[in-house]
Write a protein that binds this ligand. Structure first.
Ligand code: GLC
Ligand code: CA
Length: 545
């Protein structure tokens, strides 16, 4: 298959997110690596994905799972070499699979050469200007410039011992860059070209809404900061000028043929998302609305209508996501009773309680997850899948404290258990020291129940989640049609839409069967018998007009 064929491939792509350290470990050191991905390209082909997105594989001390980058233009030696990377890209391209890499522009790691230089240089130096340094308060600068709290918990300002402090939105090992600095801007353009020249097809932009900042002379306190509107003028979030940065990036993307693509991770007010998805900017933005919605027909329908409108505003296509490396896996979210507190929807409270088995209905969670996935894959736009969801994996809740890695666990004792539970190395085989992940023990412990989810256990089983994903992705290619959707019926528990070519998708969100809509059943997320659409099930239908 020729990759040059369709420059608009990203509009409808199924993108499979690989968390490289947990996908496949070729050398048995317990950490997934690039040769491991290379050894599994056949799996990705059989799954039928259009592209892979690799979470960071760059040199990193892993203070934040690789989102603390030491060097943006290299491969972590534990994961391989640039030659390995090139071989992986070539093998994926050979199979018609495109490659998206993660760019982390808001912060470097504290081991990045720039940050080391900043620490070794005096206040006011050019080296410090690449980051956000401030004098501390008090006669000797021993008080932080402000009481700000980082997103991972704990103070957002860190002293460096000479009266100055640096700012970090995330962990202290992730100092924020100063995007007013021309050298910072130029260096990222170099990085984008570096990977584009190596054949990378697109970029996922980490925390895309935070790069532009305006702190001013007087820093507000945290309470004031929290109350400021996020409508383009907030000191930290979603400032209008951030789009000047992406306009420059777009010039770089357009130097290539086909133009390189990008997708923004931008947690902004939904109506401001189209700016990130504009063709003069990054071109596409994640929409996490489905991921945040309950398994509820009305909620899903609202999210779809709203986001198709937004996509039309920017001329982009919509993106759909149910799981990624930052959230509790959707099979688990849907298997928990709905908490009263909406802030706890993502399973946080359950995780904190150690993941009590009697509060999780595993079977129901998976049934709903597959129904939601089949619903999502029927929508116009592109779909982002997270490794392991095709195996029907649940969140791993019982990771001992001394084996956890996520900084959100360590920085928020007793409040947050962090994101390790969706980052456990995936099972390939029923046996072996790491269920076929590699020859050694995995870097995060795998539970015994992974055995039943192994790829080898599902291969050849037509009723497995893996078989459903494979069939869905194959059919989705065949059924591709204009980016439109028409609601057929969406009352109560049944949500039913039609695509322009007669492809129909009907989901029963309720817990009782409903009458099966007319048409030939092409695919179903759980077995359909007779004329009923079972509870918590999606079907794809073809209707001849
Ligand atoms: C993004 C990533 C997350 C990371 C954070 C800081 O939200 O998805 O994993 O911790 O940025 O880089
Ligand atoms: Ca390895």
């Amino acid at each position: 298959m020729s990759l040059a064929e369709d420059p608009e491939w990203w509009r409808h792509a199924v993108v499979y997110q690989i968390y490289p350290r947990s996908f496949a470990d070729a050398n048995g050191d317990g950490i997934g690596d690039i040769p491991g991905i290379l050894s599994r390209v056949g799996y990705l082909r059989d799954l039928g994905v259009d592209a892979v997105w690799l979470s960071p594989f760059y040199p990193s001390a892993l203070a934040d799972g690789g989102y603390d980058v030491d060097d943006y233009r290299d491969v972590d030696p534990r994961l391989g070499t640039l030659d390995d990377f090139d071989a992986m890209v070539a093998a994926l391209h050979e199979l018609g699979i495109r490659v998206i890499v993660d760019i982390v522009p808001n912060h470097t790691s504290n081991r990045h050469e720039w940050f080391r230089e900043a620490l070794a240089s005096p206040p006011g130096s050019a080296a410090r200007d690449r980051y956000i340094f401030r004098d501390g308060l008090g006669p000797d600068g021993s008080q932080p410039p402000a009481d700000w709290i980082s997103l991972f918990g704990g103070p957002a300002w860190e002293p460096v011992g000479d009266g100055q402090w640096y700012f970090h939105l995330f962990a202290r090992e992730q100092p924020d860059l100063n995007w007013d600095n021309r050298e910072v801007r130029d260096d990222f353009l170099t990085t984008l070209r570096f990977w584009s020249d190596r054949g990378v097809d697109g970029f996922r932009i980490d925390v895309a809404h935070a790069l532009a900042k305006h702190l001013g002379e007087e820093l507000p306190d945290q309470a004031t900061l929290d109350e400021l509107p996020r409508e383009g003028g907030h000191p930290l979030w979603d400032r209008n000028e951030v789009h000047d940065i992406y306009a420059e990036w777009r010039q770089v993307f357009n130097e290539y043929s086909p133009p390189r693509t990008a997708v923004a991770e931008a947690w902004v007010e939904p109506h401001r998302r189209p700016r990130y998805a504009s063709p003069e900017g990054l071109g596409q933005a994640f929409n996490f609305d489905l991921l945040e919605a309950d398994f509820d027909g009305d909620a899903f329908r609202r999210v779809v209508d709203f986001n198709l409108d937004l996509a039309a505003q920017s001329g982009s296509s919509s993106t759909w996501v149910l799981s990624n490396h930052d959230v509790v896996r959707h099979a688990t979210r849907y298997g928990l009773a709905l908490p009263d507190d909406p802030d706890e929807r993502r399973g946080a409270a359950w995780l904190l309680a150690g993941g009590p088995e009697d509060e999780l209905d595993r079977e129901r969670g998976l049934r709903r997850a597959l129904a939601a996935t089949l619903f999502l894959l029927g929508l116009p736009g592109s779909a982002y899948l997270y490794q392991g969801e095709e195996l029907g994996l649940h969140e791993v809740a019982d990771i001992p404290a001394d084996q956890r890695q996520d900084p959100t666990f360590f920085r928020n004792p007793g409040v947050d258990v962090g994101r390790d539970g969706c980052r456990v190395p995936i099972p390939w085989e029923r046996e072996g020291p790491s269920f076929g992940f590699g020859a050694g023990a995995p870097h995060l412990p795998q539970p015994a129940w992974f055995e039943d989810h192994a790829v080898s256990a599902q291969d050849g089983d037509p009723d497995s989640p893996l078989a459903l994903y494979r069939a869905a992705l194959r059919l989705r290619r065949e059924l591709r049609t204009a980016e439109e959707l028409e609601w057929v019926e969406s009352s109560g528990q049944l949500v039913h839409f039609r695509r322009p070519n007669g492809w129909e998708v009907a989901t029963n969100f309720g817990s009782e069967p409903v009458a099966l809509p007319e048409g030939e059943v092409l695919l179903a997320s759980s077995p359909v018998q007779g004329f009923l659409l079972p509870a918590e099930t999606t079907v794809w239908l073809r209707r001849s007009r």
